[in-house]
Write a protein of this length. Structure first.
Length: 287
């Protein structure tokens, strides 16, 4: 598997004509950053290689993108030391902090937004006002690895002493936020959990979203995808990366890098940013 990923990465880099790392001290061991491709490996490299090159120049060591198949695989390789850092969504970042002592560094901000909230949605014509009204009805979660699509609604139910398995007539894991919304919109499910950013994006392209759906519960903020490092990464490396990321928007070289990753800047991120999520996880687990 390791050999396959290495060959695949090399093939993609050669295919798109990008260097594996920017200028750095000769002989330095590459800093490996695990990232989950949202589309294709090639698209991932095109998006993140400018950032790797930038960090290579600023930190003085080569940085490499390592495409991995899942967030769980990123956490596993952080723990084993096969990679040095990674980019994780809020729930899995929280898991990495709690279970393997990962160190949060920064997260991107776009249009003043660096976090998201969870929604519980229903149709306006259903008459439902709160989640208790969904007793005996169908409900869609996204997946067990999502803060907005699973942890938030589950913690909400637990806080109300509701056993979801006995409460709903049917529970489904749709896999994507877009699918949970579509199912409620098309009267295939009575309620669903969704990320507010996805809801707002879909509302811009389909007027039925605002016209026919309503939000009956809203969470507090969850941090967006976070850059973090393994517990035993050198403190000097983590400090250098943090300094490079937090000042990138002021550096003329950093403008193109930010455009590539779709951000305006990076903002500081630490354990306190996950306090609300930690509370929900404990609540969900009945602790």
């Amino acid at each position: 598997m390791k050999r396959y990923r290495a060959i695949l990465l090399l093939a993609v880099v050669l295919a798109i004509g990008l260097p594996a790392a920017g200028p750095a001290a000769a002989g330095e061991k590459p800093v490996k950053i695990g990232i989950l491709p949202s589309e294709t490996v090639k698209a991932l490299i095109e998006k993140y290689q400018p950032l790797m090159d930038y960090l290579s120049r600023k930190v003085g060591r080569p940085f490499e993108v390592h495409p991995l198949k899942s967030y769980d695989e990123i956490i596993k390789e952080l723990q084993s030391g096969e990679i040095d850092g990674g980019v994780l969504g809020s729930f899995k970042a929280h898991e990495a902090l709690a279970t393997i002592g990962a160190v949060p560094v920064a997260r991107p901000e776009k249009g003043g937004v660096s976090s998201y909230r969870g929604y519980v949605i229903v149709r306006k014509d259903s008459g439902f006002k709160k989640i208790e009204d969904l007793k005996g009805k169908s409900f869609d979660f996204v997946s067990k690895g999502t803060s907005a699509g699973y942890v938030f609604p589950m913690a909400l139910l637990r806080a109300k002493k509701i056993d979801p398995n006995a409460f709903f007539s049917q529970m489904t894991f749709a896999g994507k936020h877009e699918i949970t919304l579509a199912k409620v919109l098309n009267k295939e499910s009575d309620g669903a959990a969704i990320k507010n950013l996805v809801f707002e994006k879909l509302a811009k392209s389909d007027p039925r979203v605002d016209a026919e759906l309503t939000v009956i519960h809203t969470s507090e903020n969850f941090p967006e995808g976070t850059v973090l490092f393994r517990k035993d990464a050198p403190a000097s490396l983590v400090k250098s990366v943090r300094q490079a990321l937090l000042g990138i928007e002021k550096d003329p070289e950093g403008k193109a890098v930010l455009n590539s990753v779709g951000a305006d800047r990076f903002i500081p991120t630490d354990k306190k940013d996950f306090a609300y999520l930690s509370k929900l996880v404990r609540q969900m687990e009945g602790k």
